[in-house]
Design a protein around this ligand. Structure first.
Ligand SMILES: Cc1ncc(COP(=O)(O)O)c(C=O)c1O
Length: 393
């Protein structure tokens, strides 16, 4: 079955990441190819677009409340994809993962409390923590032999001394591509239990996992008391602007508290199009996802080979999951501004500067590779030309 058209560039539509004003604001120019945002250039799976067309043709949009059916589809998905049994009654519907994180922070911590993140990490975490007037507490990841690991000694120290009330975990991790192993999650959960800190596990990238790695949900650990998980079909099925997300909280009193808030804000009043599209995605999108994952692995293999052969001063942190690739430019010994200049002005590429994700991201760039291989080849040809030119200066 051929579901992903590898040559079709659907990116020409003026979506946010290609929007001229946005590019000028972020990169100072719109004369760049975009690889900075974590969305997808491919068309969604046919069963999803069929479902959307069916609704559009029907043309009646009376009130509809589908959360139960959405949760059933998610439960079946977790069971078949991740061999994990979840109870549909533990789910709550929200309009996106960030909405869910913001809600949990606001409801379960106080102004001034510490919320811990493992940097370099998805930059919106720090942004939400600051906007809600909590304190960002960083537990920097350690980079060992080309692989990122959690620093448990630093974590315990921060939990002891920084009035931390919540850990926002990113699994799989954006931008460094780690898919956390069960034993790592267990160690994290043991510390969270010991210090009575809630782990909020953002698992939006759960389904993009490469050969050799296995996704483990935080909900697969025994202890439910200090755990909430969040997910969405956005990354899995390219449904980035569908505004759909879910929370899964097994602890009854915490769930009751959050449910009340969700109901006060009427966040559970879903959107019929995204509900039906989500159900179609989880019920019928698996072949498309498998094909996507294979395609992404080919992109990664090509990049790995090209970088080793043509750009040995650059290191690719091989992702275990996610379609974000973390590129290490530190050997080039460029300042933050010089690196941005090389990428944006010389190579004419818009990648996400590593500094967005924390201080320890300086010297790195995040590249979104959910794009046709031809686009990626073109980007690397430009990058090589820019680097060759710089070395000849
Ligand atoms: C780790 C992570 N969480 C959340 C989001 C955004 O989720 P949503 O649009 O559902 O709020 C992203 C998008 O890049 C992400 O990478």
């Amino acid at each position: 079955m051929k579901t992903i058209d590898k040559n079709k560039v659907v990116a020409e539509h003026n979506f946010y990441k290609h929007n001229s004003e946005v590019l000028k604001q972020l990169f100072g120019t719109d004369d760049v190819s975009s690889f900075w945002l974590a969305d997808m250039d491919f068309q969604i799976a046919e069963p999803i677009s069929k479902e959307i067309k069916r609704l559009a043709d029907w043309g009646v949009f009376a009130y509809e409340f589908n959360a139960e059916r959405v949760f059933e589809a998610i439960v079946n998905w977790y069971k078949s994809r991740h061999q994990l049994s979840l109870d549909k009654n533990s789910f709550l519907q929200v309009s996106g993962v960030l909405t869910g994180i913001s809600l949990l922070i606001q409801e379960l911590t106080e102004v001034g409390d510490g919320v811990l993140i493992q940097t370099p990490v998805y930059h919106q975490f720090a942004s939400i923590i600051k906007k809600t007037n909590r304190r960002v507490v960083q537990n920097p990841l350690m980079f060992h032999n080309g692989r990122y690991e959690m620093d448990f000694a630093d974590l315990e120290n921060k939990l002891q001394t920084e009035n931390v009330k919540m850990i926002v975990l990113c699994n799989p991790h954006n931008p460094v591509g780690r898919v956390w192993e069960k034993q790592e999650l267990q160690q994290l959960a043991d510390l969270a239990n010991k210090y009575e800190v809630l782990i909020v596990s953002d698992e939006i990238h759960a389904d993009i996992v490469y050969t050799g790695s296995k996704f483990n949900s935080i909900a697969s650990l025994g202890e439910p008391k200090h755990i909430a998980l969040l997910g969405s079909p956005a990354k899995t099925f390219g449904m980035h602007s569908f505004s759909h997300g879910y929370l899964h909280i097994r602890d009854e009193s915490t769930r009751k508290q959050i449910r009340e808030k969700v109901e006060i804000l009427y966040l559970h009043h879903g959107n019929a199009i995204s509900d039906y599209a989500t159900i179609a995605a989880y019920q019928h999108g698996v072949d498309w996802l498998d094909e996507l994952t294979t395609y992404l692995e080919e992109n990664i293999r090509w990049m790995d080979d090209f970088i080793k052969r043509e750009l040995p001063m650059l290191k690719m942190v091989k992702p275990e999951g996610t379609y974000q690739v973390w590129l290490d430019f530190r050997e080039m010994k460029l300042s933050k501004d010089e690196l941005n200049h090389l990428l944006t002005d010389n190579a004419k590429l818009a990648l996400a500067p590593g500094s967005w994700f924390g201080k320890n991201g300086i010297g790195y760039m995040r590249m979104n590779i959910a794009s046709p291989l031809n686009n990626i080849k073109d980007a690397f040809a430009r990058l090589k030309a820019a680097i060759d030119h710089k070395s000849g200066e």
